[in-house]
Design a protein around this ligand. Sequence first.
Ligand SMILES: O=C(O)C(=O)C[C@]1(C(=O)O)C=C[C@@H](O)C=C1
Length: 285
Amino acid sequence: MNIGYLGPKGSFSEEALQLFLATQSDLLEPPLNLMPFTTIPKLLIACQNLEIEGAFVPLENSTEGQVGVTMDMLGQTESLYIMREFIFPVDQCLITAQPLHLAQIEQVYSHEQALGQCRDFLETHLAQAEQLSCPSTAEAVTKIAQNPAQPWAAIGPRRAAEIYNLHCKSEKIQDSMLNATRFIFVGHHLAEMNEEDKTSLLIITGDTPGALAHALQEFALRNINLSRIESRPSKKKLGEYVFFVDIDGYVFSPSIQEALWALKDKGVSTKLLGSYPKEKLSAKE
Ligand SMILES: O=C(O)C(=O)C[C@]1(C(=O)O)C=C[C@@H](O)C=C1
């Protein structure tokens, strides 16, 4: 079974995927082949085109918020379902090729999410350094490995420093010690019903007073708990948004089915993104 992740080797995605797989003997059929992709859109499109059986992607971070590209791709792709979620604690390290002083570092490379998670550290200790964004933290780390004579640093996982034989200058440099990223495993089927599930939906309402409130009321009326709501630009018109909501329960439960029919009657379009077991504890706890 081929499973894709945002690479290269050593990314947080790969590390989280390895831990996730260790907990999922029933979902995935061995032998498992883990395939790195350079971007999240390429990865999810490969999954949609059945080139791989599953994709493991970040969805949101406790410090930096939504991973917009994952949400947008979930909205655009067809026949993909979120089958599992996995919460992974993220500790960021400052990685160099040689033992540089902080004041000597001229450029810092990382994924935008990671730069955002370390904003305080960067402002306080590396204000002189230019921040440059890379497709992943591991990609940033390989850039440092390939240019060992440059006064550059990367922000990324400790494991990536070990894989690429680099120096971990400062550890746990993220702004919050409770920094964690929610990953999702996306596949081609709806997950089966479990003891405690959640359902993710994309909701598109009209632009009229109370439209969103009226849509959400259908859940409240049926005592369905809403655990998350986020908006993304519709990409059609400035100021127009679509909504990503998570509700408690399995999609084929009578109350959720009733709510979905009621939304249809109100002219609200919904797209089912998945129904899957709710994760309770983080992997490292
Ligand atoms: O760049 C990586 O290492 C990734 O796996 C991506 C990613 C993300 O997009 O959120 C994953 C976890 C961390 O929050 C930082 C970066």
